[in-house]
Design a protein around this ligand. Structure first.
Ligand code: AHR
Length: 496
């Protein structure tokens, strides 16, 4: 098979947003306890945070972290997690049927986020709570001093307010599984009123309304339209969530998951713009794709009933293989290509729970296969995202029909002149000979290839580097780059 990629540095989609490389830490399973926090671990620092995990988070190039949930947040009382640890209550977490000790709360988490050099996107509980509690946590987090809650924060050691600017107005409120689930009308009104109150405290906040939990929700589209009709003037963005897996062994469709993500983003954009047009508004609502990943969800849903009410049980600790890493790389291509509308994205989640980083109690922390395309894309995507021209043969998929074998995006940094191409071959058996015409005097600065003859290969604690990116072997002659993309592979090539 052969394919061609046309690049034009003048065809700019948008600047690369560092916020595309966000992640997500939920109080769920071993994400917090036994993930980022394990005071008894030999690698723990004075605050109980695992230094080996922190090192991997920094290496991964994560920019932003959404916290503290997820489904968890819809029953969460943020006040449980402040003040002396011994006074903090243990609570039931109805979302995951486990026990929450509240040993880590917002003050501890902010200490961790500072060490990891991450901005925080804070999710508010609009499931069991409302406007007052949202105002309270906002005051605790962001007010300088002199009020009850800002002084309370200061008495807990945080003299200065935390620089949190982004707030999610609840989580997946369209989902019947959500504690305090609402109709679009009920939620739209609550989101609008919560946003109005928060804005009167600080007009410069970024406020994100809940969109659909996935694009196959029965209310998809109608939910976004109703919520935005009610909250358009008050919010900046609407969320999107999507998880992908090979359903019934259908690898062809799984490898084309980015087709679904593209369609999801385009549909939400069209819905938001149609509401804006009806309102004669010049404002454009952006998309916060604040949960996305590969998740073997059907395995989770068909599991035997777990033991209830444990602290930090092992939940959805999926092991990711080579095909999963290629899909993660292609989902990042989709997010980058939509940088004009997707202003933040969070891979869900960060440690242990459907995560690129795994950590074992008293053991080591290691990079799953999916760590690598994320880390390389975060490091290499610089400057502007380009609108590339893909010429590619197609292959048939049961879910999406004919899909181009090649998917790709490119970035160009006007400051350095670097041009970086990210490319995926989705074909399961055939290599793709890719050609890219380039400006004269371009050189290959670095090139990476992630693939394997065993698509099921994973990284484990015993063999943590079984799957790693290896140097690719492009050639550059007559101002044309040529590279063979093996079947089921992800590549990144930086040209200088
Ligand atoms: O990331 C796991 C869960 O997936 C989150 O808690 C929820 O928001 C989503 O359904």
């Amino acid at each position: 098979l052969s394919a061609r990629l046309g690049l034009d540095t003048e065809r700019v989609v948008a600047p690369v947003s560092r916020r595309t490389f966000g992640s997500f830490v939920e109080h769920m399973g071993r994400g917090v306890y036994g993930g980022i926090y394990e005071p008894s671990h030999p690698a723990a620092d004075a605050d109980g945070f695992r230094r080996d995990v922190l090192d991997l988070v920094r290496e991964m190039g994560v920019s932003l972290v959404r916290y503290p949930g997820g489904n968890f947040v819809s029953g969460y009382r943020w006040e449980d997690g402040i003040g002396p640890a011994y006074q903090r209550p243990v609570r039931r977490d109805l979302a995951w049927h486990s026990l929450e000790t509240n040993e880590v709360g917002i003050d501890e988490f902010m200490r961790w986020a500072t060490k990891a050099n991450l901005d925080v996107m804070y999710a508010l509980n609009l499931g069991t709570r409302g406007v007052q509690e949202a105002l309270d946590v906002h005051e605790y987090l962001t007010f300088e001093s002199g009020t009850h809650l800002s002084e309370l924060r200061r008495s807990h050691g945080a003299d200065k307010p935390y620089g949190i600017r982004s707030f999610c107005l609840g989580n997946e409120m369209d989902g019947p599984w959500q504690t305090g689930h609402k109709t679009a009308h009920e939620y739209g009104r609550l989101a609008a009123e919560t946003a109005r109150a928060l804005r009167s405290a600080d007009p410069s906040l970024e406020l994100i309304a809940c969109g659909s939990s996935h694009s196959s929700m029965p209310t998809f589209g109608a939910w976004e339209a109703t919520v935005l009709e009610l909250a358009y003037d008050e919010v900046d963005a609407i969320s999107a969530h999507a998880y992908y897996e090979p359903i019934d062994g259908d690898l062809a469709s799984f490898l084309a998951s980015a087709v679904d993500m593209d369609h999801f983003i385009d549909s939400v954009t069209a819905t938001a713009d149609s509401v804006g047009a009806r309102r004669k508004s010049k404002k454009r609502i952006s998309i916060s794709f604040d949960e996305w990943n590969v998740w073997y969800l059907s395995k989770f849903q068909s599991r035997p009933t777990p033991v209830d009410w444990q602290v930090a049980p092992r939940v959805i600790e999926d092991s990711y293989n080579v095909a999963d890493a290629v899909v993660v790389g292609s989902l990042l291509i989709s997010l980058l290509r939509h940088s004009d509308r997707v202003t933040a994205a969070c891979q869900a989640q960060l440690v242990n729970v459907i995560a690129p980083i795994r950590a074992e109690p008293t053991g080591t922390a290691w990079r799953q296969t999916t760590f690598h395309p994320f880390a390389l894309t975060s490091r290499l995507a610089q400057g502007n995202v380009l609108d590339v021209k893909i010429t590619s043969p197609a292959y048939e998929t049961p879910r999406f029909g004919a899909v181009p074998v090649l998917d790709a995006v490119a970035t160009h940094d006007p400051a350095t002149g670097d041009l970086t191409v990210f490319a995926v071959n989705r074909h399961q058996t055939d290599p793709v000979d890719l050609t890219i015409p380039l400006p004269a005097s371009t050189q290959v600065a670095e090139s990476w290839l992630l693939t394997d003859s065993d698509l099921k290969a994973t990284n484990t604690q015993e063999n943590p580097d079984r799957v790693v990116p290896r140097p690719a072997e492009p050639t550059l002659t007559d101002n044309t780059l040529r590279l063979t993309l093996p079947p089921v592979s992800w590549s990144a090539i930086r040209l200088a």
